[in-house]
Design a protein around this ligand. Structure first.
Ligand SMILES: [Fe+2]
Ligand SMILES: [Fe+2]
Length: 226
């Protein structure tokens, strides 16, 4: 019964996805990471977790294509997700639990994960921006938006000049000045501290150490040292 619902959910999600860094492969990696992290929590509701993993970025394209910049894919995704779950006959209290997971999965979102399932989804989704996969996704995004291969701009100057409000969390003003190494310094490097589960924290530390090495090497190659 649940398997049939999950298949329908995945089909519905595929119809909504578009951006290559948030495609079905991202959804499937997050789904697998969720199950990997869940082994430490025998009491976790795996059905809620699986449904939330499949649905978490269902509104991502709607946010990306929103000219007003007001759509939050986590909040809208929760609404869209719960409507789908109800239409497919997913049990009611669990549908609300899935909606909370989706609403709270965003790094810079206003909603904080409260349940174990929401914490595991948050952690799994963040792990997918780290390590070799994270680097590959970063360059896909950089290529799509016309960013730089590398930026040598001092971080404090970059924050002051190219982020709204001169704040590290501000929106990027000019994407052509942005680069994956800046994204790493501003956001990815801080992720291990933001995670909830110990297994995800350990994986995140290992993945960020690899990214650190990569960007150091990139800087040295570009400087003609290697
Ligand atoms: Fe997301
Ligand atoms: Fe995601």
């Amino acid at each position: 019964m649940k398997e049939a619902i999950f298949q329908k959910l995945e089909a519905a999600v595929v119809r909504e996805l578009g951006c290559s860094a948030h495609d079905l492969e991202h959804v499937r990696r997050v789904y697998r990471l969720c199950l990997q992290l869940a082994v430490d929590f025998p009491a976790i509701d795996v059905d809620v977790l699986q449904a939330a993993a499949l649905l978490h970025d269902i509104a991502r394209v709607k946010e990306d294509k929103d000219p007003t910049g007001t759509i939050d894919h986590a909040a809208l995704g929760a609404t869209m997700g719960v409507a789908l779950l109800r239409s497919f006959g997913f049990p009611e209290p669990q549908s609300a639990a899935v909606a909370h997971c989706i609403a709270a999965h965003r790094y810079r979102g206003g909603s904080v994960p409260q349940s174990l399932e929401a914490k595991v989804l948050f952690d799994a989704d963040k792990l997918d921006v780290l390590g070799a996969v994270g680097l590959a996704r970063s360059y896909i995004i950089t290529g799509e938006y016309g960013g730089l291969l590398y930026s040598g701009a001092p971080l404090d100057e970059y924050i002051r000049d190219n982020l709204q409000g001169g704040a590290p969390t501000g929106r990027i003003k000019d994407i052509s000045k942005h680069a994956a190494n800046l994204e790493y310094e501003l956001k990815f490097k801080l992720i291990p501290e933001r995670l909830y589960t110990s297994r995800a924290k350990a994986l995140a530390k290992e993945r960020t150490a690899f990214m650190d090495q990569y960007f150091q090497r990139l800087r040295r190659e570009l400087a003609g040292e290697l």
